[in-house]
Write a protein that binds this ligand. Structure first.
Ligand code: SAH
Length: 346
């Protein structure tokens, strides 16, 4: 059987071509696109300005993704919500909704599982099952918009999965979510976080988008980085830094470096000095993340005094540095704590 086209992953232009092939008027494409990407409907049946026969024709021709909410947990600490969604094939992904002063933010997953193997991260424990389609990334934002009834202004691709390991679908997702005929989220309000796939970073730079690229650095020497992140065996820090410079050159967007502070592993002042040496003079921002414990590993969060000292060392040397405010830790919704199933379901 021929697999059906996933209609929500098509651009408006592509949809226009599809309508021409079906012998439909071009304006139908815009109507259908708006139903999917602006009004966020979950089936062809809800597209009430289309004739029943057209809706039936579409349903025969195309697949229509929609997520099922399996579970939602709300943090008692900060109101953050973590959703467990079921995809069309029964696989599960998690997404997180966070409320900030400057607007609402959604953290989405880009894959079911992850094959990057970072030592401190729960998302990679069972490896990669599959990558998400563009529509399935959109659906996480759409479902949360629909379920909360609130506008989402920021999207971070920092949930489960390595976005640059799903490059083409990621790019299409970025095009669709920023499209003026859809949710029209500004490129500047989107962050993509990578463990450092250099080829993908350079490719993304060449797209010249205005999104923020965040690099999960977590160590300032190759030797230390290799202990935490297998990807460090593939690319050296020197190569990563060149790719970051290249991204800035091409886009004018400063890089965010993410650095998870792990007690006794990468959190002393010597580490801070080495980091400083790496990034000095770069137009960047450092986001320190006190590591979030996961039960399968015994990494421990750095002491508050170490975190402050690390931060001050960077700040004193003119680096723009912040400590990430951890949202939703009590519901395992913080960085590195997302999994493909909920503990209750295991
Ligand atoms: N694969 C991408 C995006 C997902 S992880 C990446 O590696 O960037 C999002 C961020 O959370 C990354 O910076 C990741 O390194 C970090 N992270 C993973 N596990 C963590 C943990 N236990 N505590 C704190 N941060 C963690």
């Amino acid at each position: 059987m021929k697999t059906m086209q996933d209609i929500k992953s098509l651009t408006l232009e592509e949809l226009k071509n599809e309508m021409a092939l079906l012998g439909e008027k071009p304006f139908r494409a815009k109507q259908i696109y708006q139903w999917m990407h602006e009004k966020l409907v979950r089936s062809f049946d809800e597209m009430t300005n289309l004739s029943l026969s057209l809706r039936e024709k579409l349903a025969k021709q195309y697949s229509f993704t929609a997520l099922k909410q399996v579970c939602v947990q709300e943090s008692a600490l900060d109101g953050t919500k973590k959703y467990l969604f079921e995809l069309g094939d029964g696989k599960l992904v998690e997404s997180v909704f966070m409320r900030y002063k400057h607007g609402n933010s959604v953290c989405i997953s880009s894959q079911v599982g992850c094959r990057m193997g970072c030592a401190f991260c729960a998302s990679t424990l069972d490896g990669l099952e599959r990558s998400l389609m563009p529509s399935e990334m959109l659906d996480q934002v759409y479902a949360i918009t629909y379920l909360t009834g609130e506008r989402v202004s920021n999207v971070v691709v920092m949930g489960t999965g390595e976005p640059l390991d799903n490059y083409d679908n990621l790019l299409r997702f970025l095009m669709l979510i920023t499209d003026e005929n859809g949710l029209h989220i500004s490129q500047r309000s989107i962050t993509v976080s990578t463990c450092g796939l250099v080829d993908g970073m350079r490719r993304l730079a060449d797209e010249q988008l205005q999104i923020t690229l965040a690099l999960s650095l977590h160590a300032s020497t190759d030797e230390k980085r290799r202990k935490l992140m297998p990807v460090a065996n593939r690319y050296s820090i020197a190569e990563l830094m060149e790719a970051c410079e290249y991204y800035f050159e091409k886009t004018g967007r400063r890089i965010t470096f993410e650095y998870a502070l792990v007690s006794g592993v990468n959190d002393n002042l010597e580490d801070a000095s080495e980091l400083l040496f790496l990034i000095k003079g770069m137009n960047c921002h450092v986001n320190l993340i006190p590591v979030n414990p996961i039960k399968e590993r015994d990494y421990v969060q750095s002491e508050a005094s170490f975190i402050t000292a690390f931060k001050n060392k960077l700040a004193k040397n003119g680096i723009n540095v912040t400590i990430r405010r951890e949202m939703g830790r009590d519901i395992d919704g913080a960085c590195g704590q997302l999994r493909r199933r909920q503990k209750a379901l295991q």
